[in-house]
Design a protein around this ligand. Structure first.
Ligand code: MTE
Length: 324
């Protein structure tokens, strides 16, 4: 018999989603059940709800992934972003909206796999069962949000890729096209393209999620269209945006921020980057975080509250996992 264990962060759906916009949206998309169906806005009622020209996405909510915090309002999330390809400040939304062209978008899956493939992002999405999950999102800069992501588990991409036994890590890469990103042109000293890596155990963990939508719509450019990662137990910099390549590799990849730390010889950002209130950043405490839309300061939780799900991965790594 399958026994479902209630997670520490699991609470009733109605408590986790105070936004009435949710109820409206769920009515709106009811009937569009199924994987990766996108509907054009034209002809649908309540169009005023969708402030942007982005398609709605039908995705049933996975009730396993509910959080005990209010969802960050979409307007807040759309105007406070980290996306260095468009500048090293938070107000990159206009630049990303203008310059990033998320369609057509090619994805390469290669490295130690049975057969490397190149496919269009919509072709990839069509192969997946898409669902909505409410996740906490904690930046290493000590602010946090709660986001209704839409996407599919990284493990589904792993299954599609069929990695060989020598594959120990999944390396992911953001586009590095200067023409599509003024920040790449203006900040040439950064080690572009933005790269991140995770172990195969992390990739196959249930929480690891590839995001194609948020707030019931296609994910906005500034949040990482057309496809980004969400690893809610790690600092946000591990969750790279606008991914073009997934490579299964033997050697541990060096991430964008880790590379910057190595060059600066300062140990500020490492590979594991698991949220840990007891390990301060070299320049600030990680004991608490500012909830973005309320300004409230709340204690930060080990693994961002997802310890039950992920602590097992690190049981053999006691000291290293503490490292930022
Ligand atoms: N991905 C790319 N390609 N470039 C970036 O600058 N910033 C990271 C991460 N992914 C970043 C990125 C950081 S530091 C954070 S906190 C999150 O994206 C921010 O995601 P958000 O803007 O959706 O909140």
């Amino acid at each position: 018999m399958l026994i479902k264990i209630k997670k520490s962060w699991h609470i009733a759906d109605r408590d986790a989603t105070p936004e009435n916009i949710y109820l409206n949206r769920r009515n709106l998309i009811k009937g569009l059940a199924g994987a990766a169906i996108t509907a054009p806005l034209v002809g649908l009622p309540h169009l005023a709800l969708a402030k942007q020209d982005r398609a709605l996405i039908s995705a049933p909510r996975n009730e396993e992934y509910i959080i005990d915090r209010d969802i960050t309002p979409e307007e807040e999330n759309l105007k406070y972003n980290n996306f260095y390809e468009y500048g090293s400040h938070k107000k990159i939304s206009k630049a990303a909206q203008k310059q990033l062209k998320p369609r057509p978008w090619q994805i390469t899956i290669d490295g130690l796999v049975e057969k490397p493939i190149v496919l269009d992002v919509d072709e990839l999405i069509a192969k997946m069962d898409v669902e909505e999950r409410l996740y906490r999102h904690r930046c290493v800069e000590a602010w946090s949000m709660s986001v209704p992501w839409i996407g599919f588990p990284v493990s589904s991409l792993v299954n599609l890729a069929k990695p060989l036994s020598g594959a120990k890590y999944l390396r992911m890469e953001t586009f590095g096209d200067k023409k599509m990103a003024s920040g790449i042109r203006q900040q040439s000293w950064y080690p572009w393209p933005y790269v991140e890596g995770i172990t195969m155990a992390e990739a196959n963990n249930d929480l690891s999620f590839l995001v194609i939508g948020a707030y019931g719509k296609q994910v906005a450019n500034q949040m990482g269209a057309p496809i980004r990662l969400a690893l809610p137990w790690k600092y946000g910099f591990k969750s790279l945006k606008s991914i073009v390549r997934f490579s299964f590799v033997k050697e541990r990849p060096i991430g964008f921020w880790e590379e910057i730390s190595i060059q600066g010889n300062n140990n500020e950002y490492g590979f594991w980057a698991n949220v840990n209130p007891d390990v301060p950043h070299r320049r600030w405490s990680q004991a608490s975080e500012r909830v973005l839309h309320t300004g409230e300061r709340v204690p930060t939780l080990l693994y961002n509250g997802y310890g039950e799900e992920v602590a097992g991965i690190y049981s053999y790594l006691k000291n290293e996992m503490l490292f930022t």
